[in-house]
Write a protein that binds this ligand. Structure first.
Ligand SMILES: Nc1ncnc2c1ncn2[C@@H]1O[C@H](COP(=O)(O)OP(=O)(O)O)[C@@H](O)[C@H]1O
Ligand SMILES: [Mg+2]
Length: 729
């Protein structure tokens, strides 16, 4: 046997054998030699598809089976978490259990504690480490995938703080960091206290080039002329498909992704064998008919677009169609590059600029380009992968070459010392018991990557004074109390930390809730939406005049006065978002929401998840203030936005398989409560529009189960008290 394979623990070796893998990839071998299976912490900075995630799987399985310790795998996206968990579970007969948990705030800790391997999002990891359940002490391995996310202003500090907390709570935990694009890997490895495995090796070699006026110039000097048909992207895709390959195109906005997909589909013509079954599937899976039709039309010509506006199911249909080869080209937005695991022979970067709110059109970062380029070349299918940037003229071609192909990714920089981040992290350090004194808070920050990256000679005194400022501010807002050197969390501070809320957001929610008189849905939705965690719809001064009218009333009710332009634009965007979500909660159809607000199914899902977390948190804060009416108002808003229904349907949508449309049909047919459904006959239910025999059977059963479990309590309470909701009949 291979000498390196012989170093693998039994369970890992079994998994390798089952996959039919004869030898490890060179970077994997390096990692094994560096001591991955001897408990050594490592940072793997190696290419896309060089086997990082698979190696992490081997480590987690060995930890569970051979060493008897728990492992945690943290990933950036929910969809990735489920994918990884599925892959791990294929080997669970070796004797381990896998749990997935991805909500910022959910109560699955019990199940997590009973499992051996936990697959979580960064936010979930953070929230678990804040709550410090007892089982945490049996965690021996922590894997952080896509570690370059530390650079992200929103999520970076979450990852960084989690790693700090994990090392504080679990002294000798083995940390494995993974990333494909790091130019300062050494610095990160030092900070992690980990060995570094760095390599450029790829299973399929990559050629990079720039396209301009009918010709591709590759980095190695080769120039290739193409048969030009239509625009550059169409020609590049046709060229790939004509020789039996598939193409992945990156565009910078949703609209442009759709537009490019349409143009490519017009150009593929004879090269496409129409996958009608996939097109049908797209049409039936998309909650928005207009979006589904647009997509299906492209799919019938072997092309698809893929962006965050699509719901999860439809994205999955597209991904499957591409993997099976019936879809020959996918146009995706750059924001999705990280999550997509869809390699293709040719990656085309159609647009290298992206709109950044407040900044305008900016060049995308080099690291984003490298991430996209890394998707080129399907192992086993392509001998070589190509990444092509599209330029409009010779000058731009030169620029793109210099900046992207010859460029190195931006170094990962910690965002831990940003003001609001320090407030949030200081509070959570104190409230979760990671720090009890000013000195200990300072120590917490001193172990951060940010500290290592701040070069100033006075960084110690600067840090000290900033920590003092932050604690004082938290004290002024009632989250902590200072007694001598000791910092204590107040009950409010503890609650904010448990709710996984940013103290700035909590402060805002508290202030607005206090000044609210009679509350209607729009008030509660606006308050929740007004936090920085919630992305807003874009306010357009010209066409959105109506927003200003609504805002005048809403802001007045909440005692908000804007002094400057920035505050006003932000408030208008929040009002527009709140009104759009109010429509959703009034059962306005998905197509109309798309038309009126450009609000797509994928967005609705995002808002639904955010409300599950933030709506609940706002309700608890209202409870804390003793304002029960408002607590119920937030709770109602949470449920209505989660499901997109009026209040009277909140009970029915708890049934699996029953969304807003079916719930409305049931309600209108006289089945208005879980009791009604539980006591109905299969025949009567099946007669309701959109409900067949088998669904009728399963929801009757489910309704009985829910009633037994008593989970009706919350909704019944809502009904009894009767929260006033604007727009309800
Ligand atoms: N040693 C190996 N031999 C053959 N295939 C492998 C090996 N290691 C990983 N793979 C496969 O290669 C693909 C890319 O691996 P993955 O772990 O996802 O890479 P990365 O996380 O570095 O992008 C996966 O399909 C994986 O199963
Ligand atoms: Mg990976």
């Amino acid at each position: 046997m291979d000498a390196v394979l012989a170093e693998l623990p039994d369970a890992a070796l079994k998994v390798v054998r089952r996959r039919g893998i004869a030898s490890l990839f060179p970077p994997q071998e390096q990692a094994v030699r560096a001591g991955l299976f001897r408990g050594r912490s490592l940072l793997l900075s190696t290419g896309t598809a060089s086997g990082k995630s698979f190696l992490a799987e081997l480590l987690l399985i060995s930890a569970a089976v051979d060493w008897g310790v728990k492992g945690i795998l943290a990933v950036p996206l929910r969809s990735l978490a489920y994918e990884r968990a599925g892959s791990l579970r294929m080997n669970s007969d070796l004797g381990f259990e896998v749990a997935v948990s991805t909500g910022e705030y959910d109560s699955l800790d019990g199940r997590l504690g009973r499992s051996d391997i936990m697959v979580v999002t960064y936010e979930k990891l953070d929230s678990v480490l804040r709550r410090r359940p007892r089982w945490l002490s049996s965690v021996g391995v922590l894997v952080v995938d896509e570690l370059h996310y530390i650079n992200d202003p929103k999520r970076g500090p979450t990852i960084e703080a989690s790693i700090l907390r994990a090392r504080a709570a679990l002294g000798d935990v083995q940390v494995l960091g993974l990333s494909a694009t790091l130019s300062n890997a050494g610095e990160l490895a030092d900070w992690l206290g980990a060995g570094l495995v760095a390599s450029d090796w790829r299973p399929v070699p990559l050629r990079e080039g720039v396209y301009v006026r009918g010709r591709i110039t590759f980095a190695d000097g080769e120039v290739r002329a193409l048969d030009v048909r239509g625009g550059p992207v169409e020609s590049l895709v046709r060229d790939t498909v004509a020789s039996g390959g598939q193409a992945l195109v990156f565009a910078s906005t949703r609209a442009s992704a759709v537009n490019l997909a349409q143009r490519i589909s017009a150009a593929l013509g004879d090269l496409c064998d129409p996958p009608l079954d996939v097109a049908k599937e797209v049409e039936s899976s998309s909650p928005s008919r207009s979006l589904g039709e647009k997509l299906a039309q492209a799919v019938r010509r072997c092309v698809a677009f893929h962006h965050a506006g699509l719901d999860m199911n439809t994205r999955n249909v597209v991904e499957r169609g591409f993997r099976s080869g019936s879809i020959r080209a996918v146009v995706a937005t750059t924001t999705l590059a990280a999550g997509l695991n869809l390699p293709a022979r040719r990656v085309i970067v159609a647009e290298h600029k992206r709109y950044e709110p407040g900044l305008g059109w900016e060049d995308i970062p080099v690291s984003d380009y490298k991430q996209m380029a890394g998707r080129a070349g399907r192992p086993g299918l392509d001998d070589i992968g190509e990444a092509i940037l599209v330029a409009s003229d010779g000058r731009e071609a030169g620029y793109l070459f210099e900046r992207y192909i010859n460029g190195v990714p931006e170094p990962v920089r910690s965002k831990m010392f940003l003001g609001h981040v320090m407030r949030a992290q200081a509070l959570s350090a104190v409230a979760s018991g990671y720090a009890r004194t000013v000195d200990e808070v300072e120590w917490f920050f001193r172990r951060s990557l940010a500290y290592g990256q701040s070069a100033s000679a006075h960084r110690d005194s600067a840090l000290r004074s900033r920590v003092l400022d932050v604690i004082e501010e938290l004290g002024r807002n009632g989250f902590v109390e200072l007694q001598g050197d000791y910092v204590y969390p107040t009950p409010l501070g503890r609650r904010v930390n448990e709710l996984y809320l940013d103290p700035d957001t909590a402060g805002r929610y508290l202030a607005m809730t206090r000044s609210l008189g009679d509350g209607y849905l729009e008030h509660y939705v606006f308050i929740v939406v007004s936090s920085d965690e919630v992305p807003k719809l874009r306010f357009r001064r010209g066409s959105d005049k109506w927003v200003q009218r609504v805002a005048a009333r809403l802001l007045g009710d909440l005692g908000i006065e804007c002094g400057d332009y920035e505050c006003e634009v932000e408030a208008m965007s929040a009002v527009k978002t709140a009104v759009a979500l109010g429509d959703w909660a009034d059962e306005v159809p998905e197509d109309a929401l798309m038309q009126r607000y450009d609000l797509a199914p994928g967005d609705l899902k995002m808002y639904s998840d955010l409300f599950d977390w933030l709506g609940r948190a706002a309700a608890r804060l209202a409870d804390y203030l003793g304002l029960e009416q408002h607590a119920l108002g937030f709770e109602t808003a949470r449920l209505r936005i989660m499901y997109g229904v009026r209040e009277e349907l909140v009970e029915l949508v708890q049934l699996p398989g029953v969304g807003r449309v079916r719930a409305r049909s049931l309600y209108n047919a006289g089945f208005r409560t879980l009791d009604d459904v539980a006591s109905a006959s299969v025949r009567d239910l099946a007669a309701v529009r959109g409900i067949g025999d088998s669904l009728a059977r399963s929801i009757i059963e489910e309704a009985r189960r829910l009633l037994d479990a008593g989970s009706r309590r919350a909704t019944v309470r809502l009904r009894r008290i009767g929260v006033g909701v604007l727009g309800d009949p």
